[in-house]
Design a protein around this ligand. Structure first.
Ligand code: PAF
Length: 291
């Protein structure tokens, strides 16, 4: 496994794969890896000849007062995990390597980035879209794998790749959960014991909404959201930031579930912000989505 910190070196390594006709799948990460990331790697490895991974805590996607400074970092452990998981190349640039002196080009995906997480984290998706386009430009992967937990991020990246004709296939990977249903996230490490004990109510709430979705061919969004709220409201340490039914591709709000829709939620547990979602279909409930 090659561990590279300089863009030109990563560009050259990826270019040599292309010259050999090898297919590259890329997994962008911010490190502090867990089983969810490893599942992305497995999907990447099953579809490509070579797997590249980036570890970069991207300052441009954190707003003032957010957790950039305390974001968990475990580079040695990450590299051991990636070696064991069979990654071929790890790109670990510094902030100065990605955003050199004079950097002034930003990618704005308009509209869909202003809703849901974007409404509470102004500039977040601008930072995500920009860093992903830089990383795609360096590595030029054939495909990149993103987790469905960050459903809005996935939709934003898909839109960017389509609009800018970046020629990278975006592969969506299923959400990986702890045995009690909590979606895996590097930020779960921030939870206190009590917050961690209450956090699985988020998944239970989504499953309650899925039961409501199964009950009809046109289910009001308010009924689905209400089912979610009823479950989470029983947990005093959880505060819902948003719970919305949206179109999975455009993030436009849906008034009723009469076609597949995404119930997307953000919940604060103390100072930790947790996001989760479920794809619902009327008359069916939760939709299983293939990797
Ligand atoms: O999902 C993440 O970890 C980050 O947003 C990403 C895609 C690596 C960009 O920094």
């Amino acid at each position: 496994m090659d561990v590279l910190t300089i863009s030109v070196a990563a560009m050259e390594a990826a270019a040599s794969w292309r010259a050999e006709g090898l297919v590259q799948a890329f997994v962008p990460t911010m490190g502090a890896l867990h089983e969810g990331h490893l599942s992305l790697l497995r999907i990447a490895a099953s579809r490509a000849d070579r797997v590249s991974v980036s570890i970069f805590v991207n300052p441009a996607q954190f707003g003032p007062g957010e957790d950039l400074d305390r974001y968990p970092r475990s580079p040695e452990r990450d590299l051991e995990m990636l070696e064991r998981a069979g990654a071929d190349l790890v790109f670990m640039p510094s902030a100065g390597e990605i955003y050199p002196e004079g950097f002034c080009t930003w990618i704005e995906v308009e509209g869909m980035t202003e809703r849901l997480c974007g409404a509470f984290r102004p500039g977040h998706f601008r930072g995500v879209a920009t860093v992903c386009s830089i990383l795609f430009g360096i590595l030029r992967p054939d495909m990149a794998v993103f987790g469905r937990k960050d459903a809005q991020q996935l939709a934003v990246i898909r839109r960017m790749v389509r609009d800018l004709r970046l020629g990278v296939e975006i592969v969506a990977a299923p959400i990986v959960r702890e045995p009690d249903g909590l979606a895996m996230s590097s930020r779960n490490a921030y939870l206190t014991g009590q917050e961690r004990a209450q956090a699985p109510a988020i998944h239970r709430g989504l499953m309650r909404a899925a039961s409501a979705a199964a009950g009809g061919q046109s289910v009001p969004a308010a009924a689905l959201i209400g089912s979610f709220i009823d479950e989470v409201a029983g947990q005093p340490l959880l505060r819902i930031q948003y719970a919305e039914l949206v179109d999975p591709d455009t993030m436009e709000p849906m008034q009723k579930l009469d076609r597949p829709g995404l119930l997307a939620v953000a919940v604060n547990a103390g100072s930790t912000r947790l996001i989760d979602n479920i794809l619902l279909a009327p008359g069916r409930g939760a939709l299983e989505v293939d990797p």
